[in-house]
Design a binder for this molecule. Structure first.
Ligand code: AMP
Ligand code: MG
Length: 354
């Protein structure tokens, strides 16, 4: 199959909607990351999303709708807590998990009785959903396990030959996937942090629990969110989080280089001058973790393209958007965090030099 890459406009939107109506799948831009959509009522089309991505079929898809009135076509009930979030944050980079209507096929939700629902803020995304005339289940438009795509080229790199069309809306504004919050539990439960932050959620809802897997390793119970148990966001390079000043990262870098690795340091812009002639990229500056969120996946893809095999990346504070950045970095690194006390033996094991 040839994969067309078209700028998003009236003509390409029409073509995309026709493809969806014929049971095909189409990649489209949103403000978070690119999505890969199908007609929610066409089970074969939904299944071909999982095939194109290589996604395990118990990992539920988020169902996208264009306007607030359409939420009740997907959800069986809308509790007050959900209504508060809808009023405050939708359209926007947030997914609310609610009881599912029986009309929504089980293959969309990994056989669960709940469904994640989102209204993108991106105008092109909403025009696409509107033109299709049905809710659009869509995961991120990457190969399963890879960093999520924040540009049309990222989608092309992963899915060329596997999907007929990518709508190109330029670079994604937010860069990390939507916040996912379940309102099916007694206390609202944050399943995946995003740029609608924990602090913003508690302002509206009062108490919100954070699922333990957000910052911790280990198997997640199936009921909460199956998707969270899978390896995620990993480039080919070995990612290592450094929770220490930049001179410690330089010491690890030099050790890796001496052992024939191709390392790179990803750090705060303000401290990069201390890296001297070592290879490095800026993750963010002015303590603005929204910038780190926007850059992270693009940088992880770029290091692979540039042939680096070892990434020393700074930890970030876990307040505000920083929580979403640490959540993604921890998964990209398979929860590998080192600090100034990490000795050479431990580093050797991490770099597989033994
Ligand atoms: P992705 O589409 O790749 O951004 O992944 C969507 C993620 O949203 C899944 O991996 C889950 O973590 C979460 N999600 C979607 N639907 C549900 C649901 N019904 N219950 C819990 N989590 C969900
Ligand atoms: Mg994804």
């Amino acid at each position: 199959m040839t994969t067309e890459l078209l700028k998003i406009n009236k003509d390409s939107l029409k073509k995309a909607a026709e493809l969806i109506k014929q049971g095909q799948i189409v990649a489209f831009p949103t403000e978070t990351v690119y999505g890969l959509g199908a007609d929610v009522f066409n089970e074969n089309a939904v299944k071909s999303i999982f095939v194109a991505k290589g996604r395990p079929d118990d990992n539920p898809l988020i169902v996208h709708v264009a306007k607030k009135e359409d939420i009740k076509k997907v959800a069986r009930e809308i509790p007050l807590s959900a209504q508060l979030l809808i009023d405050k944050f939708m359209p926007g980079p947030i997914t609310i998990v609610l009881p599912k209507r029986k009309e929504i096929p089980d293959c969309v939700t990994g056989n669960m009785d709940t469904v994640g629902i989102r209204i993108p803020e991106h105008i092109g995304a909403r025009e696409f959903i509107e033109a299709c005339g049905c809710p659009i289940p869509a995961p991120s438009a990457n190969s399963s396990g890879k960093p999520s795509p924040t540009s049309a080229m990222h989608v092309f790199d992963d899915l060329e030959g596997k999907i007929p069309l990518i709508l190109d809306g330029g670079d994604c504004d937010k860069g990390v996937e939507s916040t996912v919050i379940s309102l099916c539990t007694k206390t609202p439960l944050l399943l995946r942090p995003g740029v609608i932050t924990y602090e913003m959620l508690t302002d509206v809802l009062g108490k919100v629990d954070i699922h333990p897997s957000v910052l911790n390793d280990g198997l997640v119970d199936k009921a909460a969110s199956p998707g969270m148990k899978y390896k995620h966001y990993s480039p080919k390079a070995r990612v290592i989080i450094v929770d220490a000043p930049v001179d410690t990262a330089c010491r690890f870098y030099d050790f890796a280089l001496k052992n024939n690795k191709k390392p790179i340091i990803i750090w705060k812009e303000e401290e990069l001058e201390n890296v001297l002639n070592r290879k490095c990229i800026s993750l963010y500056k002015n303590s603005d973790t929204l910038i780190a969120a926007k850059n992270l996946f693009n940088i992880l893809r770029q290091v692979d393209k540039d042939g680096f095999d070892t990434v020393f990346i700074t930890s970030v504070p876990t307040s505000d958007a920083g929580l979403s950045v640490m959540n993604r970095m921890l998964r990209a690194s398979a929860f590998t965090v080192i600090d100034k006390n990490t000795d050479e033996n431990k580093l050797k094991t991490i770099l597989q030099l033994n």
